[in-house]
Design a protein around this ligand. Structure first.
Ligand code: SF4
Ligand code: SF4
Length: 357
């Protein structure tokens, strides 16, 4: 028999249910056969993620108000999450197939790492949203739709998937993608309507083709219907106002710039903390050597003098004299590469920590 909707109120007589209590209650009710939840949350995290119905063919539906971070994180196929209002950071983090509809704004890093499903946002999203989106071709591409604009540093290191930023209600903005969007983008597509500026130099900004318009025509209908804004369809379908952002092919990218140049000219002027401190651009060696290492290599003579260990040691720590090998403690970081590459198992790694009995 179909179970009715299960309602959860997480604040009762001034007593707040913890995230753990809420998630355990949801799991227990799913195991009883419930599939529809109406959750009056109070900042609890991870609601709606990583669950499936007892009967796997059924859809799980979560209606949520006032969620905490990571609503819908790692959510699966056959999951629908409707957030009535806004949500804080990490909505749909690593979404793996769910449809997540946010009727308000999202905090930072919405759709971060999303790998499947659809995330619809009826308002704005914060900084680093869409970063690290990805697409495994065995599955359908993740989609991330935003009605208004994104904060800065969006779509960093995007590797796949489709993002659509509609630029609605952004008339006075200089850029609907904020600043420094798409740094390190290597895959995927971003459709954007409205002004953009200060983009990373690894992307190409193109006009839409017929396939793009076909995709957007169909997708916008579903998106606007789910966020209950069908009335603005005509306003959003003036295609001359849209652009497509894709990564530049490798051969057109700038090559081999120094860390100093990247930080000064491509990341943020004067470096990420440039407003506060002067950066000397030295790269410090943070891996421990000598007695600070967790382990140190010990050599035993079964050696064929192939020099693989010398040539692969990242620290240049290995020396040989008359075919007797050793590593210099002051240089060695205990990484174990020498032991891994040696064809004769000459190197073993000795722990530098006392055994705890
Ligand atoms: S442990 Fe690492 S750093 Fe040390 S000698 Fe072997 S390869 Fe070099
Ligand atoms: S990798 Fe092994 S066999 Fe080759 S030189 Fe080093 S210790 Fe000898």
């Amino acid at each position: 028999m179909e179970k009715e909707e299960y309602k959860i109120k997480t604040l009762n007589e001034n007593k707040r249910m913890s995230t753990q209590e809420l998630l355990q209650l949801i799991t227990a009710k799913i195991n009883e056969g419930y599939t529809n939840f109406d959750i009056e949350a109070c900042g609890q995290h991870n609601i709606g993620g990583s669950s499936w119905a007892k009967d796997r063919d059924k859809e799980l539906v979560f209606k949520i108000t006032n969620p905490g971070q990571r609503a819908g994180a790692m959510a699966l196929e056959k999951t629908k999450i409707i957030i009535e209002g806004s949500a804080p950071a990490d909505v749909g983090w690593l979404n793996s197939g769910a449809k997540i509809i946010v009727k308000g704004d999202c905090g930072d890093t919405a759709a971060h790492c999303a790998a499947g499903g659809k995330i619809y946002v009826a308002g704005r999203v914060g900084t680093r949203s869409g970063a690290l989106m990805k697409h495994d071709p065995k599955f359908t591409s993740p989609e991330f739709w935003v009605l208004k604009n994104t904060g800065s540093f969006g779509f960093e290191f995007m590797g796949g998937g489709i993002a659509v930023v509609c630029g609605y209600d952004c008339e006075n903005m200089l850029s609907v993608l904020g600043s420094r969007s798409c740094v390190g983008m290597v895959g995927g597509i971003i459709y954007v309507r409205g002004p953009i500026q200060d983009m990373a130099n690894c992307v190409d900004i193109q006009e839409l083709c017929d396939n793009d318009i076909s995709f957007l025509k169909i997708g916008l209908k579903e998106f606007l219907s789910d966020i209950e804004r069908q009335n603005i369809y005509d306003e959003l379908t003036i295609w001359s106002e849209w652009k497509k952002i894709v990564p530049l092919p490798d051969e057109k990218k700038e090559k081999n710039i120094s860390v100093k140049e990247f930080r000064e000219n491509q990341w943020i002027e004067n470096g990420i903390f440039g407003d506060f401190i002067r950066d000397d651009y030295k790269v410090y060696n943070l891996a421990a050597t000598g007695n600070g290492r967790l382990r140190s290599p010990v050599w035993e003579n079964n050696c064929i003098d192939c020099k693989l260990c010398i040539n692969n040691c990242p620290q240049g720590a290995i020396i040989s004299q008359d075919k007797v090998y050793s590593s210099i403690d002051e240089k060695c970081i205990g990484c174990g590469i020498c032991a891994a590459v040696c064809p004769k198992n000459c190197w073993s790694l000795k722990s530098n920590r006392e055994e705890i009995s």
